[in-house]
Each structure stands twice: as C-alpha cells, then as structure tokens.
Design a binder for this molecule. Sequence first.
Ligand SMILES: Nc1nc2c(ncn2[C@@H]2O[C@H](COP(=O)(O)OP(=O)(O)O)[C@@H](O)[C@H]2O)c(=O)[nH]1
Ligand SMILES: [Mg+2]
Length: 444
Amino acid sequence: MLQKLGSSLRDSLSKLKSSIFIDETLINDIVRDIQRALLQSDANVRLVLDLSKRIKERAKEPSPKGISKRDYLVKIVYEELTTFLGEESIKIELTKKPTTLMLIGLFGSGKTTTTAKLAKFYKKRGHKVAVIETDTWRPAAYDQLQQTSEQIGVDFYGDKNLKDPTQIYLKFESQVKDYDIVIVDTAGRDRLSDELVKELTELNNAVNADHRILILSGDIGQGAEKQAQMFHETCNVTGIILTKMEGTAKGGGALSACHVTGAGVLFLGVGEKLDDLEEYHPQRFVGRLLGMGDLETLLERAHEVINEEKAEDLQKRFQKGNFDLNDLYEQMKALKSMGSLGKIMEMIPGMSSLKLPKEALDVQESKLQKWKYAIDSMTPYERSNPDCFNSNRVDRVAAGAGMSIREIRDLLKQYKQSKKMMKMFNGEQDVSKLMQKMKGKRPF
Ligand SMILES: Nc1nc2c(ncn2[C@@H]2O[C@H](COP(=O)(O)OP(=O)(O)O)[C@@H](O)[C@H]2O)c(=O)[nH]1
Ligand SMILES: [Mg+2]
C-alpha cells in the first residue's frame, strides 16, 4: 500500500541515517525529499508546508540526553508524519444494541463492498450483524449485497419492490432490534446532488444512526477534503473509510485531507475481497511507511486466523521447545490465510527495507505450496521428529512429493530457522529488543 510514498520516505530516512554530519543543509535536503514525496501523493501544498516548518523547527531543538541527533530526527519525522496522516486511531464504539452504522458516499466509492467487509469484520469478532440495503437507485446493489451477505453468513434485509429508502428502512426497523450491529447501505449519485441530499437527510432522520460513515475512494487524493465537508453538512459524518488504498498513489493526500476535516479515518479498504479491510492506526501506518515494521498489526492478524485455541496450543508448544514440522505446517497455513506474503513482509520489522522484488515473493508463495506437499509426504513420526531425517528419509520424501533432495533439505533448514525464531519470540517481551534481534534475520 502506498508503495511509492513509502519508498520515497524510506529513501530520505536512509539518507539521514547514513550521513556523517547532521547539519542544516542535510535537514533542508531531507525536508525537501519529504515534501516531494507527499506532494506526489497529492497532499495539499499548504499542509505540506506546515509540516515542513514544524520538522525544521523541531530539528533545532537539542536532542534529549541519551538520544543521538540522528535518532532524534527520525523520531521527529515519524511523529510529525503521524500527526499529518491522522494522529490518533479512532474506533467505532459499540455502545448500545443495536449499534447502527449508516454508510454514505458517491457512486462507486465502495459503500456496498464496505458494508459487506464491515459485516464480516464484526461477525468474525463474535457480533450478530444485520445489513439493510436501501439503494433503490441501482437495483444491482440489492443482489450484490444479498449474495455477499449469504457468503459471509449475516442476515440481509431489503425489498426490491419499494422505491423509497426511508420506507425500506422503516419496514425492517423492528426486525433488526435484536442484532448487535446493523449496517445500512445507501444509494449514491455521481455528485452530491440536491436529490441525494434530500434522500439522505430523510433517511438519516429515520435511521438516526449511531455512526454515519462516509466512504471515499482514496484515489481522489486531496479532493477528499471537499467531499468530506459537503457530506458532513448533510449528515454530520462521524468517521471516514478510505477505499481502494492499495491501488492509488494518492492515498497520502487523501489521508491528510480527511484529517484536517476533523472526521477521523476508521478503516482502509485495500482490495476488492471481503477481507481487504484494515483498521487504521496512524502510528502503525507511518511506522510501516517508514519501514519500521509493524509487529502489532501482524500479530493482530495472526491472532484472527489461527483460532484462539490453536494459538494457545502453538504457544505452549513453542515454550516447551517442541516445535515440530506439524507446527511449521500450521504456521504456514496461517500465513497463507493471512494474505499474500508481500503484505505480510511489509509488516515484519526489517523486512520492508529489504525491498524484495515481486518475483522473489511469488517464488516464496510457490515454495510454500511445495513444502506443504513435502510435509504431506512425511510419516507422522517424521513430522513430529524432524531431527530423525537421514539421507534415506530425505530421498523417500523427495520421491513421494515429486521434489528434489535439495528442496527437502531447504525445508528442513527452514524448519530449524523457524524454531530458532520462535524461541526468540518467547524469550523476549520487549518489542524494541525483539526488533534488534530480528534485524537481518529472515523468517522466510
Ligand atoms: N481495489 C479496490 N476496489 C474496491 C475497494 N472497495 C470497493 N472496490 C470496488 O469498487 C467498485 C465499486 O464498489 P461498490 O461497493 O459497488 O460502490 P458503491 O457504488 O459505493 O456501493 C467495485 O468494483 C468494488 O469491487 C477497495 O478497497 N479496493
Ligand atoms: Mg452500492
């Protein structure tokens, strides 16, 4: 996500890290790089100039005791960029039952898709979710949401025969009382026309939603500011979700533009699939952009896919030090269901700065697939006792899996490395120390 912005920002930070003298010329240079990177991401010029001024001013402060000037500057850049792109994470509070969310926005911004993504997000967390389709403008919305709801397993409400959104909502209002969360999808237009304003105002009065969430496409860049203000006047927007953030170079501009409107960004849409939704945490996000890795997000995601029981079980096994090939297999499966390796790599400290080419990542994915075959070809005893492998066993597994001996040996090597990593994870509670240890190590 925002690869270009990320790599330009990382480049300017490495300039900082590798320079011998930290003087005004260097600081100006770095600030100019950051400006360029943000402007290319369609950030507003005035905001970028403000940011530059703050960085330069703070750079004049003497660095606190025990911190080098260089590290202090990295910290300043990190903090100022975080403020620029959102400051604090905000969350949708689920204070009452049902908590109602109404999603609004223009045509094609991603309302219906995001309705389904949110439904899945909350269902996964154990909430009882209902969705209501009130878009009578685009009949396809009904089928689209009905199908995805079925796929996710949440209850869908809608009526194709009614033409008035408010009427549709009122028809189902009493039926959705017992849900934890009700998500109302609405119709858009290609601009905020009088007709849409009238429709939304009426619906908004009827729904009286706890959260009115504006869906904006990230590719409108700084245009987000104006759109957010206009929708705010109509519906008093409580939060924003930026979609299509994975494919646009303008995401940085969109994020900073949302921030100035005062309505915080709740989530980012990062793909067309139902799982492509991320909670937005500005600090972690900037950490990722700057290549500091994001252990927390990674662990959060890992937690979701390996169910709790299994996670506990795995953790216990790691602690006892009897991590075997069965566990490696589970770990690989979990990694696969977390999404593409590329996305995961971005979150592991130290990995993002490796700048692995796309082809290398593809190879890794196919390697995982092969290793799966290999592990399948082993006997249960071998899986639980990987140390038993001699050349006979390696030969047999290679033949069984249709792989070369070298590939099997690679797998066993990988197993040993993972085991070592796991030991490290266990012993170390302090994240910064952990990051130190992980530097230069590659889990895959
Ligand atoms: N790449 C990408 N596409 C998205 C994302 N969110 C929505 N879309 C696509 O944007 C298009 C419009 O989405 P839709 O939900 O129908 O928009 P609506 O008119 O606001 O309801 C669809 O093709 C979606 O698949 C996203 O986060 N990333
Ligand atoms: Mg729609």
